[in-house]
Write a protein that binds this ligand. Structure first.
Ligand SMILES: Cc1ncc(COP(=O)(O)O)c(C=O)c1O
Length: 429
């Protein structure tokens, strides 16, 4: 049993004197009992500064699809670092990676590089507005598309607030006055919005699997209906696959559900932990960056080190067994968790798609964000600390990411740790 994180706590106290909140991304402050410090990661494991080893289900909040320090990615990066770190000019990896990414997206002819998912979403929205000459964007409540002022809305509203809701103090409401929101999987509301705003709607943006609020798949026909409505009313359909791209499959959700968007945003797992994002789509839309004056820029765009990491990652993800193996481990975890909660008589929903599992203690089913908001988060947070003590590193918010490095034994050990932790909670209540 692990029982303390004193060195981590001391480091966090020190960091707070120089770094806002002592963390590099605000969401990491939600980690219980406090943010931990790590000094090494390999495969499915991470080692913290107090000498504990964990099986990692955070995986960098999604990017580490192959496992930490994949040897092929590491060698590709090492070779590139010795050659050149940046050019500020063109180099062959730019088109080699672009060709590879596009070869897996049948609807896309061109792409643009950026560094983070937030940036990719920014340019996707700008392209959609430029090509339609319209400004309104329809998004779904509980979906996250990055932290920019224009789209950080209605991500964590109070459960019954279905009006547009900014998420950050200091955020300009003018930036999101063109955003409309509806609940995920509510097709009649989507139809109403399309009818009411037919001539104003530039785009509808969605995580095709609602990864950020419950790993909730689209109900049958939902994505297809979005496609039909967007085409009928001349709006751009954007799939934000920053989580699902390269996690649920090499061609992401568009292939899994058989629905092609006009634009897709990709990030996280695309380079196994190196910062790269992409927006891809039809040439007519993407080429506006040089034909129609759409501004897209960035000093680090197309960075050769990051593209070398991406190429090595995608080469590996193309191997046939990869996603079957990730899916098998995912299902092992999902099935085991369902059993554990059932045996301990705690109501819970356990959702999963390839590479990610979502635990929702306290709710019996999930269709949209309102179900996610009903989760017993106090119980879940208590569970995360018990799991840390058992050498299991999990995220706040109930999502567990699975990588190619996770073995059958890793998952079995994790399930045993869950069994002990959940039964402790069950015996208290
Ligand atoms: C679906 C989705 N889109 C966009 C983003 C923003 O990506 P980034 O954190 O790289 O800016 C995220 C981040 O979690 C995401 O989950």
């Amino acid at each position: 049993m692990l029982d303390n994180w004193a060195t981590s706590f001391g480091m966090w106290e020190r960091a707070k004197q120089s770094l806002g909140g002592g963390v590099s991304s605000g969401l990491r402050l939600a980690m219980k009992p406090h943010p931990l410090y790590f000094d090494r990661a390999n495969g499915s494991k991470m080692w913290d500064v107090d000498g504990h080893v964990y099986t990692d289900y955070v995986l960098g909040w999604g990017p580490v699809i192959l496992g930490h320090c994949d040897p092929d990615v590491t060698s590709a990066v090492q070779r590139q670092v010795q050659t050149a770190v940046t050019f500020g000019a063109q180099h062959p990896l730019e088109y080699l990676v672009a060709e590879k990414v596009l070869s897996h997206l049948k609807f896309a002819e061109r792409l643009l590089y950026s560094n983070t998912g937030s940036e990719a979403v920014q340019i996707a929205i700008r392209l959609a507005r430029a090509v339609t000459g319209r400004y309104k964007i329809l998004k779904f409540i509980g979906h996250y598309h990055g932290w920019s002022d224009q789209i950080l809305v209605s991500y964590r509203p109070s459960p019954h607030n279905s009006s547009v809701h900014g998420e950050s103090t200091g955020q300009s409401s003018k930036a999101y006055e063109d955003v409309l929101v509806v609940h995920w999987n509510d097709i009649s509301e989507v139809e109403r919005i399309f009818q009411e705003h037919a001539s104003e709607l530039a785009a509808v943006i969605a995580e095709p699997v609602l990864g950020n609020s419950g790993v909730i798949e689209p109900i049958d026909g939902f994505l297809g209906r979005l496609r039909e409505l967007a085409s009928r009313y001349g709006a751009v359909l954007i799939f934000d696959e920053v989580i699902t791209g390269y996690r649920i499959g090499i061609s992401g959700a568009s292939q899994r559900y058989g629905v092609s968007p006009d634009l897709v945003t990709l990030g996280k797992a695309i380079a196994n932990g190196f910062p790269l994002s992409v927006v891809a789509g039809r040439a007519e839309i993407v080429d506006q960056v040089y034909k129609q004056g759409v501004v897209h820029a960035g000093s680090f765009n197309g960075n050769p080190v990051v593209l070398a990491a991406c190429l090595a990652t995608l080469n590996k993800l193309e191997q046939p067994h990869v996603f079957t193996s990730i899916d098998d481990r995912t299902r092992q975890l999902q099935t085991g968790l369902r059993e554990i909660f059932r045996r301990n008589r705690i109501p819970a929903t356990v959702n999963a798609v390839t590479g990610m599992v979502q635990l929702l203690p306290g709710v019996e089913s999930s269709v949209d964000y309102r179900d996610y908001a009903k989760v017993n988060w106090e119980m879940y947070n208590e569970l995360t600390v018990l799991l840390l003590s058992e050498g299991q590193f999990v995220m706040p918010g109930g999502r567990l990411y699975v990588s190619l490095s996770h073995t059958v034994e890793d998952i079995s050990e994790t399930l045993q740790a869950f069994e002990r932790s959940v039964s402790k909670i069950a015996n208290k209540t």
